[in-house]
Design a protein around this ligand. Structure first.
Ligand code: G6P
Length: 494
């Protein structure tokens, strides 16, 4: 955290994201603080504490409005206030148009190659523009009066336009943006009617980061075809409206050491013993696991179809291979998400009716909130980790699963369409999520690997996830930013 803060050179650091790092609620009259469990937030929090910066985010907690000081900000973390959390308040129309509309019904499907789900309504775009302007205003207000030019780090697809507004007001600010989801090829991206405005917003940044080289190449192609920018592929940069943007890959990682500790914790042991008992999983059973938000990009129905095929073709595994699916409710109220929730529940019921017996439930499905130690226990106990999205920017579950193999090592079955495959593909059993027959065969293949083979693969996977963890990701982002700044200064002085 100190290193990263130092790389900002004592300049004001502002992080902007749709989701907030702390949200407030009222329970039985008591004010409570929720810390989202996300690994990125947990990793960024100490950086923000060291830098004493500002985090700008949508104030979404029920009681967030109660906890405001001057400038709509509250000092966090609550036990040791050291940086400002500044909230952007959204109207119902903004939540509908900016968040549920443009972000999740236009950009999300386009970037995940599902243009049939794209719903480009005029009011979505209008609210997205307005909300990005509101974020830009909050960023500018929080940097007012700070010494020197600020460093602003935008997170994700909700905030594509805000960088342009900030750039116009603060031409010398350093602006960086990390895009957490895939960037599609030009052929797909151009299906989005606002492609030029989106690129114009993002090209106001000095640095744009993606998880993989493939997304960087796609972005450069889009900048080339969708604007009049000059794209230099050899240096990975784009010159546009008198400004140069560097495009780099920074594969996001996890806190691998923490994940391994969680897997070995007493809390994990206790949780697993209770869960197994409650859900009737016999210690002799082979366990496969899937953990995700209920999102159509995660390939859950496709995975259930492959498992069904596997049990159909391999009756000897009925009563033995149990699949545990943890599904977190997500973005409810958007038709595609509601339909997915029903589809998954129906498929689970159908498969359990078809193969289940009094002693054995093939698919153990839970939408309950699980503690982190519980999830780590699930990974640790699983013989197979099924991470098979139909499209995914990176997928950190694959990395968490690998880090949590602290005992008898399980096998990672990974979709070739996940960003994580660029780093973890070789040590995994790769599947194509839509190839049901091939996927079913791969499950059989994964189950047949010898212990020695599993050990070897797990050791290699763990080396990879520890070597490029979330702290390396933070450091390399800020080091790249510092190098770009040094380059600029030396051009100015020569
Ligand atoms: C993805 C996005 C994040 C987002 C998360 C949860 O990982 O990249 O920006 O926060 O999904 O989705 P939600 O809509 O609940 O924030």
């Amino acid at each position: 955290a100190e290193t990263v803060a130092r790389l900002c050179d004592d300049r004001e650091l502002v992080v902007a994201s749709n989701r907030e790092p702390y949200s407030h609620a009222r329970e039985d009259g008591e004010l409570t603080v929720d810390r989202p469990a996300g690994g990125l937030t947990a990793a960024l929090d100490p950086v923000m504490q060291a830098a004493e910066g500002t985090w700008v985010a949508w104030g979404d907690g029920d009681a967030d409005r109660e906890v405001v000081g001057p400038d709509d900000a509250v000092a966090v973390p609550p036990e040791d206030p050291s940086y400002d959390l500044r909230r952007v308040w959204l109207t119902d129309e903004q939540v509908e148009g900016y968040y549920r509309g443009y972000s999740n019904r236009v950009l999300w499907p386009v970037c995940h190659l599902d243009i049939a789900k794209m719903t480009p309504r005029e009011e979505f775009w209008r609210e997205y523009r307005e909300t990005n302007a509101d974020f830009a205003d909050a960023i500018l207000d929080s940097t007012d009066g700070a010494d020197g030019d600020p460093v602003v780090w935008f997170q994700d697809y909700h905030l594509s336009l805000a960088p342009r507004t900030v750039r116009e007001a603060r031409p010398d600010a350093f602006l960086a943006h990390f895009w957490h989801i895939p960037w599609p090829s030009w052929d797909v991206f151009r299906a989005c009617p606002q492609y030029e405005a989106l690129l114009d917003g993002l090209l106001a940044n000095d640095l744009v980061g993606f998880h993989t080289e493939e997304y960087c190449r796609n972005f450069l192609d889009c900048a080339d075809a969708g604007t009049d920018a000059r794209v230099d592929r050899s240096s990975g940069s784009v010159s546009y409206r008198g400004h140069r943007t560097f495009v780099r890959s920074f594969p996001l990682g996890i806190d691998a050491a923490r994940q391994a500790d969680l897997a070995e914790s007493d809390a994990a042991d206790e949780w697993w013993a209770q869960f197994r008992e409650a859900r009737g999983i016999d210690p002799s059973e082979t366990v496969a696991v899937g953990v995700e938000r209920l999102d159509y990009t995660k390939g859950i129905p496709e995975r259930l179809a492959a498992l069904e095929r596997f049990w159909e073709e391999n009756p000897e595994w009925r009563g033995d291979l149990t699949y545990v699916q943890k599904g977190t409710e997500s973005r409810s109220g958007i038709a595609a998400y509601d339909a997915l929730q029903d589809r998954v529940a129906d498929a689970v019921e159908r498969i359990n009716d078809r193969f289940g017996t009094d002693e054995w439930t093939p698919v153990v499905y839970t939408t309950d909130h699980l503690p982190e130690a519980g999830i780590a226990a699930l990974y640790r106990e699983a013989d197979l980790g099924l991470v098979t999205p139909v499209r995914d920017g990176m997928n950190l579950v694959a990395k968490e699963f690998a880090a949590a193999q602290t005992r008898d090592p399980g096998v990672l079955v990974l979709s070739e369409l996940a960003g994580a495959t660029e780093q973890l593909g070789e040590e995994s059993v790769l599947v194509h999520p839509y190839d049901t027959a091939g996927f079913a065969d791969a499950i059989g293949e994964a189950l047949s690997l010898s212990r020695a083979e599993r050990r070897q693969r797990t050791a290699d996977l763990q080396r990879a996830v520890h070597a490029e963890d979330v702290y390396d990701w933070l450091e390399s982002t800020f080091e790249t930013a510092a190098a770009i700044e040094r380059g600029r200064r030396s051009v100015r002085t020569t």
